[in-house]
Design a protein around this ligand. Structure first.
Ligand SMILES: *Cc1c(COP(=O)(O)O)cnc(C)c1O
Length: 232
């Protein structure tokens, strides 16, 4: 697995896609998703110039941020239980996966205790899949309005994990729907809501996500290789 070469290839694809659809490549940030991969591989990615790392399990994020000394920015992407929020404070600059008010309240409490404001995204379950986390389209606006009232939280945008489709073109409508939802919420002009980030697109569909407005693409397999099943 040549991580540096994989990163170079993805950066090139991001650049080309942006040029083709008239976007500034600086608007699209690459989150290298390292879940289940050892700290050594993350260090390899950092040595190759990657700065933004995504993790989906709290324990892994804590272990790797403890072990790795190189400078990095860490995002949390996975399903988050309220009782684990305290471990993320001071270690993550963006939580992509907030999907309920109770979780947001706990983030607000924990970040308030350290005198900081948490940046979060609202995860939306566009495919209405029972197996996936995320607020439904119908509840997003009221959720955003409630979370916006919490003083130590800043909503930066939306995230989605669409249904898996082998053909990325089939995912395009979901990406477009997320962008339209974000535009609608931005038009509401709520204090505490910025809506400048759209987290969408993974290894097999990130170019389509960029065409539809992604500002954060979350890529694991195409950088670090296939994952083993999730550790118990
Ligand atoms: C694992 C994961 C990814 C990366 O998926 P790949 O297909 O390996 O690129 C992206 N987003 C989330 C939320 C993930 O859990």
């Amino acid at each position: 697995m040549d991580i540096a070469a994989n990163l170079a290839s993805i950066r090139q694809q991001i650049e080309t896609t942006c040029q083709e659809c008239g976007r500034n490549p600086a608007e699209v940030r690459l989150v290298a998703v390292a879940k289940t991969k050892p700290a050594e591989l993350v260090e390899e990615a950092l040595a190759a110039g990657q700065t933004l790392i995504g993790e989906s399990y709290v324990q892994e994020l804590v272990a790797k941020t403890d072990q790795i000394e190189a400078r990095a920015e860490w995002h949390f992407l996975g399903h988050l239980q309220s009782n684990k929020v305290k471990y993320l404070a001071g270690r993550t600059s963006l939580i992509h996966s907030v999907d309920r008010l109770s979780l947001a309240k706990e983030i607000n409490r924990v970040w308030g205790k350290i005198g900081q404001t948490a940046n979060i995204l609202i995860q939306v379950n566009l495919g209405q899949e029972a197996s996936k986390s995320g607020a439904t389209v119908n509840e997003v606006e009221s959720l955003v309005r409630s979370i916006a009232l919490l003083p130590n939280i800043r909503i930066r945008g939306l995230m989605t994990l669409p249904p898996f489709c082998p053909d990325p073109e089939e995912v395009r409508p979901y990406f477009r729907q997320l962008r339209e939802l974000a535009e609608h919420l931005a038009d509401c002009n709520l204090p505490g809501v910025i809506m400048d980030e759209l987290s969408m697109g993974m290894s097999h569909d990130f170019t389509v996500a960029i065409e539809e407005g992604a500002t954060l693409v979350r890529i694991g397999t195409a950088i670090f290789g296939e994952r083993q099943p999730r550790p118990a």
